[in-house]
Design a protein around this ligand. Sequence first.
Ligand SMILES: [Zn+2]
Length: 213
Amino acid sequence: MGGSALLSRARAATPTTITPDEALAKLKAGNQKFIDAPQLCELDIAKQRKGVAGGQSPWATILTCADSRVSPELVFGGAGLGELFVARNAGNMADTATLGTIEYGAEHLGSPLIVVLGHQRCGAVAAACEVVEKHTKLPGSIGPMVEAIVPAAQAVMGKPGDFVDNAVRENARRTAAKIVSSSAIVEELVHAGKVKVVYARYDLDSGVVEFLS
Ligand SMILES: [Zn+2]
């Protein structure tokens, strides 16, 4: 199957008409529901599956960590099938595959909001802090993966507060900035007011998503 066939097939659904700010408000309300009344986050999966089987029009893109405790659909109040376009990797980094994924979500599926979601006590970010502080050598592909987070850790080393938590915030900020600066597609959509890129931190203890931009 050619690339264009793949793209046109995936465009079966009409893109959402939700604006970037409306999407942001929906995420904030969803996170509040997750904190206040997690029992209300239940989903009618069977019904939803039927509704979106023919095509998707997600209203937000979430780039977050692979950490098993940070599931975007739950954290944002039980978002169901076809709602969130999600990319995940350890440390929520924007490598080529992730950038392409985000561009596809924004340009092709019409997702109006991109959220980079870091989180408290992130193991990948903690490893980058350890590399900076103790020059730790990491095995396999973990080393080069964590190397990409090292500049964020270096930038906040010695600053007041918790080193790892400061690096989590800085890393999310840098990833959000990189998504815009490395992608002409996203930059153009942002410039046109069709897409917003924000970054946030998830608190493992309280369940709160704190939007930082
Ligand atoms: Zn993590």
